[in-house]
Ligand binder design. Sequence first.
Ligand code: ATR
Length: 274
Amino acid sequence: MTARYAVIGNPIEHSKSPLIHQAFARETAQDISYERILAPLDAFPEVIATLVTAGYGGANVTVPFKLEAFALANRLTERAHDAGAVNTLVFDGADIVGDNTDGVGLVTDIQNNLHVDLAGKRILLIGAGGAAEGVLHPLLEQRPSLLVIANRTLDKALRMVKRIEEQGDFRYVSVNAYAFDDLQGQSFDVVINATSAGLSDSSLPLPAGIFAPGALAYDMMYGRETPFMVFARAHGAAQIADGLGMLVEQAAEAFMLWRGVRPQTAPVIAQLRT
Ligand code: ATR
């Protein structure tokens, strides 16, 4: 019997997840269907209940429902708990298991696809919203030497750093919060844009010397070159990436959870780029 999955969001029509999961299914000879579902903004739990009743195996959750999915799950993986948000649900009998594969998707894309080892590196994470929160722990687990969170609203970055300090798990990494003005005179090996500034084509007030020699500039957005990527090209980043690889890698991790097989990601990333 065909196992059913879906991605739920609002809006959802531009989601590439069905393409990605259908490609994974072909490659691994899994009999699945995967569709887009537009949930009304006030009816996410009802949509999930319908899927459970209909016998779906699980679902991906995207904007703006990742916090609701976190609240709805009655079992959370450790990485969902750390991220404070859920992007993958597994319907396991009476249980709704919440996981978060975004962080591992980012780290896998950077390390396996872009061949940048994060251990010992100086990382700048720009943004302190849900997207930044979701990837913070997985980045710290790679043992960078320094991780700076820079945000337009300094308070939010300070709160993220405080939570990390209170948890006490990452004493081997220096973790600091900066306002954009504090970045003057600093340079980083890996600069990750986790803000939504690109959505409105806004640029970020970054100093010219922010990219160390050989630096990677990574924008978690995909689909077009953002002002951050243009800035990185003009200011000496050695490698510039958008978030398409992260999208495919987080999907692969979800597919693995659901189907127990790990699909090849490189052919799917290449296919989506053409
Ligand atoms: P998401 O879930 O995408 O992270 P969010 O929680 O609303 O969405 O967070 C958006 C992030 O992008 C925040 O870090 C926000 O900065 P503020 O905390 O100061 O609001 C950042 N952001 C959005 N637009 C921006 C802009 N034009 N310049 C700088 N930062 C911006």
